[in-house]
Design a protein around this ligand. Structure first.
Ligand code: PGA
Length: 234
C-alpha cells in the first residue's frame, strides 16, 4: 500500500549542487525522503565550473546552481532566493557605516573563492561593473572555510545571506551595508533541455518549487521537539 501511494517516486535520485547549496539541500532531501521513503538520494557538492561540466555530460538527474548557464540548452527552475551579502567579523570597523562605496572594500583584506566558483564570478562581476579590480588577499576553496576565516578576522568576503543566518544571530558575523549589495540571485534546479526526467526527479523538482522555501523556514524538521519539561543540555 505504501508503495502504491508513492507511485513511481522511489529509487535513485542523483543531485549535484554548487557549494552554497550544501547548507539547505540536505534539509530538502530529508523532507522529500520522509514523504517518499523509497527514494535513495545522492548529493554531490562541487563548484559551479564542475557542476557545469556534469550538466554538459548529463551525469545527474538534476543540478542545483546559483545562476543559469549561458550557452547550454537547459531547463531552469528557480526555487529559492539567494542574496549575496558582504560580511565582516564581529565589531568590524565598517560595521556601523551606511552605503559603503564598493571601492572602499579595496582597502580591506578580501577573501575570495577559487576561480571556477559562481560566487567568485558574481563578486568579480560586481567590481568590474564599477570599473574596479579586486585583488584577493587570500583564496579559499570552500564557502565554509571563508565563513570561518571571516569569523577569525582574516578578512571580509561575500557569502549567501541564507547560509550565515545562525552566525549573524550569534553575533559572530556582521553584514556590511555596501552600495549595490546584496546581489539578488536565485538557486535553480537545472537539467539538459529535452531530458526525460525520472518520475522521482520530476517529483523532486516540483517539490523544490512548491514546498522548498517553506520546508527551510521550519528546519530542522527531522527532529522531534524535546518532550515537555525536558532539560536542554548545553
Ligand atoms: P559556487 O556557486 O559554489 O561555485 O560559488 C554558487 C553560485 O553560483 O551561487
Amino acid at each position: 500500500l505504501v508503495l502504491s501511494l508513492q507511485g513511481g517516486v522511489q529509487g535513485p535520485l542523483h543531485v549535484a549542487g554548487v557549494t552554497t547549496s550544501k547548507y539547505f539541500m540536505p534539509h530538502l532531501l530529508g523532507a522529500f525522503v520522509r514523504r517518499y521513503p523509497g527514494v535513495r538520494p545522492s548529493l554531490l557538492v562541487i563548484n559551479r565550473a564542475q557542476v557545469l561540466q556534469r550538466l554538459a555530460e548529463n551525469q545527474d538527474d538534476l543540478v542545483i546552481m546559483g545562476q543559469v548557464p549561458q550557452g547550454l540548452p537547459v531547463e531552469t527552475f528557480p526555487f529559492l532566493d539567494n542574496s549575496l551579502v558582504v560580511v565582516g567579523w564581529r565589531n568590524h570597523p565598517l560595521a556601523g557605516r551606511r552605503n559603503i562605496p564598493l571601492r572602499d572594500l579595496l582597502q580591506q583584506r578580501f577573501l575570495s573563492r577559487e576561480s571556477g566558483s559562481g560566487t567568485r564570478a558574481a563578486v568579480d562581476q560586481a567590481f568590474r561593473c564599477e570599473k574596479l579590480v579586486l585583488e584577493p588577499y587570500m583564496e579559499l576553496g570552500s564557502s565554509e572555510a571563508i565563513k570561518q576565516a571571516v569569523i577569525a578576522g582574516l578578512g571580509i568576503s561575500v557569502l549567501s545571506g541564507r547560509n550565515i543566518r545562525p552566525e549573524v544571530k550569534q553575533g559572530l558575523l556582521q553584514i556590511l551595508d555596501v552600495a549595490g549589495f546584496p546581489l539578488q540571485r536565485h538557486w535553480y534546479a537545472v537539467y539538459p533541455k529535452g531530458k526525460q526526467l525520472s518520475q522521482t526527479a520530476e517529483s523532486f523538482r516540483n517539490f523544490l518549487r512548491t514546498e522548498g522555501p517553506a520546508v527551510l523556514e521550519q528546519k530542522p524538521s527531522g527532529m522531534d521537539p524535546p518532550p515537555a519539561g525536558s532539560k536542554r543540555i548545553k
